[in-house]
Design a binder for this molecule. Structure first.
Ligand code: ATP
Ligand code: MG
Length: 432
């Protein structure tokens, strides 16, 4: 596309409060060594954007004209990663710096290591390019700024500085084409809207419905990665507020009720945990988002005449169906679907408090997560608060107190041992 190099605006970085001491020393080291070897190397993308906004970037990416192979040869502790395009990770202890080679956007008819879908969807864009070409292949203007820590300059080919100042997210080039090329950019736009509080340029939302429908052509594994970035990076509540009123919700989470207070609470608590550096898992959020669907499937299964199902069996079938339906768009890795199944299954155990199962429930690997889920359900009033208090107390109780609490249940708890013993004398039974 760029027969002549594009016009670049060079700005004094220091005047914009972007200084080397705000940059990860490892990233500076990568830049310096690439330069010493005769290559171009600059910081790029989210880190430059965040520095300009006065925030501390979570990682620093380097762009260079060295090919991944050349990067690999230059840094002993580096490896190549990436399916969609090759990038190098240069390792420093447990951390690494991502180094990507300048690439260019190819028109559908150009030749190169590039494959374009008939409908304009980019499948691979591995054609190397120049610095300015690299700027134009990026998604939004505010993500296409470069920082040269040696020259002390910010390089702007696309008007990104203005958009940073205006707090505006704008596609580089024609939004219709850019979103058609890669509809995931709509999700990214929503993520940056939530994270940065930027407004989306009208071009991004104009064909929202169409772009959202096109997400169904994206590999579910990539959508799962995007799901994680949307909801597990500390801005889930805002992201959900944006997503739930858009067509994206219908396409990606067709069964998640947009106004479910449970989902809102879960998003809030996820953000709080991220803020406190506590572990978070996509399994928990998915368990919440799919909960209503799961429950109605159980009801349907139990109500369908002609099939006599035990509740436990119906729950299992419902859980599998619910997760399978979501997997049509978003891949859910096995460890997370196991997590979801466990959380749902444990809800029943926590609610029934069968004396014989209490100890086993308490020592279940997922007890704590299931208890957190129960807590959210109590907060919206669908579960008795006394029940939550009981589980809260028994978690922290010593053995003696635990036994006393369990004994107090016998005879009083509905669905207690009496009924079960009659039904299944002598057999150990995990679930009622
Ligand atoms: P964050 O701070 O959340 O990581 P980021 O802007 O660094 O935000 P990344 O997903 O890490 O986002 O991507 C790094 C850079 O790669 C982006 O800033 C952008 O320039 C470019 N990029 C990423 N995804 C795309 C895409 N789908 N299309 C075009 N450019 C992209
Ligand atoms: Mg990044």
């Amino acid at each position: 596309m760029n027969a002549h190099p594009a016009a670049v605006t060079k700005l004094n970085a220091k005047a914009l409060n972007v200084t080397r001491d705000r940059v990860d020393p490892n990233a500076l080291d990568v830049v310096r060594r690439l330069r010493d070897a005769g290559f171009q190397a600059l910081l790029v993308g989210g880190c430059v954007r965040d520095l300009l906004l006065g925030a501390s970037p979570k990682d620093f990416d380097v762009a260079t004209d060295a090919t991944p192979e050349q990067v690999r040869r230059l840094f002993r502790r580096s490896r190549m990663v990436g399916r969609r395009f090759k990038i190098a990770h240069v390792h420093y202890g447990r951390e690494f710096v991502e180094v990507s080679t300048f690439r260019k956007l190819l028109a559908a008819n150009e030749k190169g290591d590039h494959a374009a879908h008939p409908n304009g969807l980019i499948l691979r864009d591995n054609a190397y390019g120049t610095l300015d070409e690299d700027a134009f292949r990026r998604d939004f203007t505010v993500n296409a700024l470069y920082y040269d820590p040696h020259g002390g300059e910010i390089l702007d080919f696309v008007g990104g500085i203005d958009d940073i100042e205006r707090h505006c997210l704008r596609c580089i080039g024609n939004p219709r084409e850019r979103l058609r090329e890669d509809p995931v950019r709509l999700l990214r736009a929503m993520r940056f809207q939530a994270k940065l509080g930027f407004a989306l340029d009208a071009g991004i939302t104009r064909d929202e419905r169409l772009t959202a429908e096109r997400l169904t052509a994206i590999p579910p594994a990539r959508l799962f990665e995007e799901f994680v970035k949307l909801f597990l990076t500390g801005h889930a509540a805002d992201a959900w507020r944006i997503v739930k009123t858009s067509r994206v919700r219908n396409v990606l989470f067709p069964t998640a009720p947009p106004d479910s207070p449970l989902i809102l609470l879960a998003m809030d608590s996820t953000d709080r945990r991220v803020g406190e550096n506590k572990p978070v898992t996509p399994g928990f959020l998915l368990a919440v988002m799919l909960w209503e669907d799961y429950r109605s499937r159980i009801e349907e299964l139990m109500a369908s005449r002609g099939t006599k199902r035990k509740p436990r069996e119906a729950a299992l079938v419902a859980a599998h169906e619910t997760v399978a339906a979501q997997r049509a768009t978003i891949a859910i890795p096995r460890r997370f679907s196991n997590f979801i199944h466990d959380i749902w299954h444990l809800q029943e155990r926590l609610e029934s408090r069968r004396p014989k199962q209490v100890h086993r429930t308490l020592s279940h690997l997922r007890f704590r997560a299931a208890y957190d889920f129960l807590l959210l359900r109590a907060e919206i009033g669908t579960v008795n608060r006394d029940l939550v208090r009981w589980w809260e107390e028994i978690q922290d109780a010593d053995t003696e107190r635990r036994d006393a609490m369990v004994n107090a249940l016998r005879g009083s708890a509905p669905g207690g041992t009496r009924r079960r013993r009659r039904r299944r004398r002598g057999h150990r039974q995990d679930d009622g």
